[in-house]
Design a protein around this ligand. Structure first.
Ligand code: UDP
Length: 378
């Protein structure tokens, strides 16, 4: 079965990391992946290692808008960007389209409809879809939701339950495994420091400001606590937010204990250098980085909203805190830093849960079951 995977950006965030691991584990004797991305970029480079066939096609990064001029422009752009996809499908035999995001599905779903092909829409976010949800659903044979939270969100948009399969993202447990890191000294940290890390795009809904404010409280009682912020404003959409975080670090007097690392390719090494991972998002569809950290036996702290409560079991393999509650977050961070043995115990339980529920082999198997269900449909 030749499958056309569509991704609308060439940068790497959670959706792309998950696509890479899916392709890495795919049974290549049964499925032949062809990937379409908008052009060269970090994703393209890594895709070439797991799938020899990578092609380029323009995608429009549609943004939610009510601006009638922009909507008019989008309506005119879409057929233009779908055309090269359809041309590819006319010239090459493809049996199924797998859209790796909602924007990709806007292109992939239309092309699939035009060509009478089965299509999978992978829903990886919780953004409001309004009446578009039902249109998108009509263009798809199966929707993969990355968490129960996403499934609930889709059902609230009146998408029929039988169209949705919940398949959590998985990680390669041999890559994300407990190990030591050589990175700590280069970051100015010693073994005596307790290092909290946030690994997330620098976008407001990830809650970095809450992490920094909680860090300021923690630093008052735990002088050896250190704080790492890893990730970037990948699409350049939030320059003011990034500047605001730098200013906040300064105004909280945290310059000596906070490090901003930007986007890192060596995320396994970065995670290995942490004592605990923190993800204080306001609304998180999944939180892949939680699973990565847990697989590396790191204790995690996450907000009790969206996907994270499906991943983290409170006081068993991590801690859950209310959204936008600086004091609760600071308390949770202190609990970990003050009891290293308990932290390590939570981390080990996290690894066990990752082995049980988030092995990439499981994700691949369940995704392949969806492909089999759609074989020959159109
Ligand atoms: N990531 C990375 N380098 C960075 C920051 C993040 O490789 O500097 C990866 C991280 O390891 C994870 C993904 O990006 O695999 C983020 O996924 P998550 O679901 O946590 O967040 P998203 O960006 O999809 O909202």
């Amino acid at each position: 079965m030749r499958i056309l995977y569509l991704n609308h950006v060439a940068e790497i965030s959670g959706a792309e990391m998950s696509l890479l691991s899916l392709l890495g584990g795919l049974d290549k004797a049964r499925y032949e992946p062809v990937c379409i991305v908008p052009g060269p970029g970090p994703l393209t480079e890594r895709l070439l290692k797991v799938s020899p066939q990578v092609r380029y096609a323009p995608f429009v990064r549609f943004k939610r808008t009510r601006n009638p001029l922009l909507l008019f422009a989008y309506a005119n752009l879409l057929p233009v960007t779908v055309k090269p996809l359809v041309r590819y499908l006319v010239r090459n035999e493809v049996h199924l389209i797998h859209s790796n995001s909602t924007i990709a599905h806007l292109h992939g779903g239309l092309a699939a409809r035009q060509m009478g092909l089965p299509c999978v829409w992978h829903v990886r976010d919780l953004v409001p879809l309004g009446w578009w949800a039902r249109v998108y659903a009509r263009w798809t044979h199966k929707i993969i939701a990355i968490s129960e939270a996403v499934r609930t969100h889709l059902q609230r948009c009146h998408i029929p339950a039988q169209k949705i399969a919940v398949i959590p993202n998985g990680v390669d447990l041999s890559v994300f495994a407990p190990r030591s890191s050589s990175l700590r000294p280069s970051l100015g940290f010693t073994e005596a420091h307790f290092v909290f890390g946030m690994v997330a795009q620098l976008v407001p809904w990830k809650g970095h400001a809450f992490f920094l404010r909680a860090a300021a409280q923690v630093a008052q009682t735990i002088p050896n606590a250190r704080f790492l912020l890893v990730g970037d404003d990948l699409f350049g959409d939030h320059p003011a937010y990034v500047q605001g975080l730098l200013r906040l670090t300064e105004s909280l007097g945290l310059e000596a204990s906070v490090r901003f690392l930007g986007f890192r390719e060596d995320i396994v090494d970065v995670l290995a250098s942490l004592d605990a991972l923190v993800l204080p998002s306001f609304n998180e569809p999944f939180g892949r980085v939680l699973v990565e950290a847990m697989a590396m036996a790191k204790p995690v702290i996450a907000t009790n909203v969206g996907g994270p409560p499906e991943i983290v079991d409170h006081e068993i393999n991590g801690l859950l805190v209310p959204v936008q509650d600086v004091s609760a977050l600071a308390d949770a961070m202190r609990r970990l830093a003050q009891d290293r043995a308990w932290s390590e115990h939570l981390g080990k339980a996290g690894r066990a849960k990752a082995e049980r529920e988030f092995d990439i082999a499981l994700t691949v198997q369940r995704t392949q079951e969806v492909y089999e269900e759609l074989r020959g449909k159109g």
